[in-house]
Design a protein around this ligand. Sequence first.
Ligand code: NDP
Length: 283
Amino acid sequence: MTAQLIDGTAISARLRAEVATAANELRARGIVPTLAVVLVGDDPASAVYVRAKTKAAREAGVEPRDHKLPANTTQADLMALVQALNADPVVDGILVQMPLPSQLDSEAVIRAIDPGKDVDGLHPTNLGYLAGGKPVFVPCTPKGCMRLLREVHAQVEGARAVVLGRSLLVGKPVAMLLQNANATVTMCHSKTRDLADEVRRADIVVAAIGRPQMVRGDWIKEGAVVLDVGINRTEDGKLVGDVDFAGAAQRARAITPVPKGVGPMTIACLLENTVEAARRRRG
Ligand code: NDP
């Protein structure tokens, strides 16, 4: 391997320490940054994520408030909870853990969240600010990607960046952030004619497609920076990214592993957004 390993565990720990400092400054002034976490149903993976977020929040000086609702919760009940959290003066951030049970309309729930408390950055108002180049709350995984690029001193301005995947959660916001940072951005998706050809020209590759090791090592341009957002479980139970790590690491200048690359940044950025929300609302 020749590439620098981008250590998401260490970088996210640093970010969480920064967040803790900011949270403690607010606490010293009587403001306790508070994150409401809403979990509907009993999906085991979601429960694990929520526990991790709650624990990390506490450690960073952010007060978590858990709201657990049964799997058969109605849209009206969930909307009523969101409205109550919007109106609650001590709640700075609202996170509704996705995916929601199938009877619930997640888009309507996201639209109901007060944009000033939308620490996931997925409300159309916040996505609009991002599209306009003046972001307020940025979705957490994309925000984490940009921090990783800064940490490895990636030259973003003027670079050719290729983003694989165009979801609202990852691909689109990453592409907008890169564009705001003056990269020349190409977005690829399932209808892209020649993915390899697009990736071969990229100085920065962000892979967020959810296809195990689909990006081959020999697609990577020598010296590129590669961020692998994908989290895929193989048949033998291992976690792998969207990129063939071993192959890509022979050619890249820097690359994230999976796990312990982009993944740990997401929660850290959620907490950063929550402290930012507290500062904007009450600071
Ligand atoms: P989605 O399923 O919402 O989006 C996947 C995107 O990849 C779509 O735009 C799709 O194209 C595109 N795509 C799918 N197959 C191909 C293909 N063969 N070639 C090119 N493009 C393709 O996924 P998410 O964006 O939510 O997540 C992507 C990955 O990132 C997943 O593995 C997920 O687990 C992981 N993830 C990790 C996070 C973290 O914290 N590290 C956080 C969030 C997600 P089209 O639009 O045409 O369908």
